[in-house]
Design a protein around this ligand. Structure first.
Ligand code: DGY
Length: 322
């Protein structure tokens, strides 16, 4: 049987590339490795049987409607699926799969890294030393806050949120959470569930955001909700950038209502809100959540397991989301 043809929209870790090349004829888009615009994606998909895409690739409804009939699966190298019009794929009968579980610890680590950087002003400190402006140790220099005993509020208590809760407990933090549904006592491990935004926000010394992108969550953290956080709170986002009103966050950081913020994701990335460049009490990372060798390999293998199921074994893919 001839090997199916697979479009790889991005350059993948070596082990993932090797397995893909072993089992498929590989197609690639023209040009450098970057998020694919719909036009480039459609051009590259001609003659392919499946698409192995990544976060940010342009798979909106119009693009999916124009995909060639030969496409039998779309596997995204991400847990988030906000870049794919799932309804449009369903209408075309194309299964869509993602990569759950394998990136939970890595993403929670980046969440905790940002929390620590915010609490201890590590971004500002690193910039100071790098700029040759450090004049020596001083009793009042760059004082932060201790995390032990503080309340960590987790918005979205899925797999990543639960891993972060585990890490927060290890730091001596008290865990609060807001979620569509309440977890079981075993999953909660003593975390306090909040049934309303108001009570949740008031309980966040640190707010860590883990909600998906899309229209329903756009600007969830707006000026009104920021005002309900305690003065001096820290905000961290490792979910999707669209869930934060950038201008409102900047204003709250500059006014001192918020102590600091740490962002790994941005609306319209890699472009970021202009005001972020000049806001000092802000740590910015380039969407590193899942960026460990172990995790990226596992994500790639998960994609290929899903693609193999459809294109080689003609079975249901294990991680179907649409
Ligand atoms: C995800 O998996 O959704 C990450 O944000 C992108 O890698």
């Amino acid at each position: 049987m001839p090997r199916p043809t697979l479009l790889l929209t991005r350059v993948l870790p070596e082990a993932v590339e090797a397995r893909a090349a072993r089992d498929y004829v590989i197609r690639r888009p023209e040009g450098p490795d970057r998020t694919l615009e719909p036009g480039a994606l459609l051009a590259a998909a001609q003659g392919c049987d499946g698409i192995f895409c990544a976060a940010g690739d342009g798979l909106d409804a119009a693009t999916i409607a124009c995909l060639p009939d030969s496409i039998r699966v779309i596997a995204t190298f991400s847990v988030g699926t906000d870049h794919i019009a799932l309804d449009a794929a369903k209408a075309r009968g194309i299964p869509v799969t993602n990569t759950p579980d394998v990136l939970s610890v890595a993403t929670a680590e980046i969440g905790m890294l940002l929390i620590l950087m915010c609490a201890r002003r590590a971004g500002e400190a690193e910039r100071l030393v790098r700029a040759r402006e450090w004049t020596g140790w001083a009793p009042t220099q760059l004082m932060g806050v201790t995390l032990e005993g503080k309340r960590l509020g987790i918005l979205g208590m899925g797999r990543i949120g639960q891993e972060l809760a585990r890490m927060g407990r290890g730091m001596g933090m008290r865990i609060h959470y807001r979620n569509r549904t309440r977890l079981t006592p075993q999953e909660e491990q003593g975390a306090v569930f909040h049934g309303s935004d108001d009570s949740f926000l008031a309980a966040c010394d640190v707010l860590s955001m883990h909600i998906p992108g899309g229209a329903a969550t756009k600007h969830w953290l707006d000026a009104g909700r920021i005002a309900k956080l305690p003065r001096g709170a820290i905000v961290v986002n490792t979910g999707r950038g669209t869930t934060v009103d950038d201008a409102a966050l900047c204003d709250a950081l500059r006014s001192g209502h918020l102590r600091a913020a740490g962002l790994d994701v941005f609306a319209g990335e890699p472009a970021i809100f202009e005001g972020y460049h000049t806001t000092p009490n802000l740590t910015l990372l380039p969407h590193l959540g899942s960026a460990t060798i172990e995790t990226r390999d596992a994500m790639g293998f998960r994609c290929l397991d899903n693609i193999d199921a459809v294109l080689i074994h003609s079975t249901e893919p294990p991680h179907r989301v649409g």
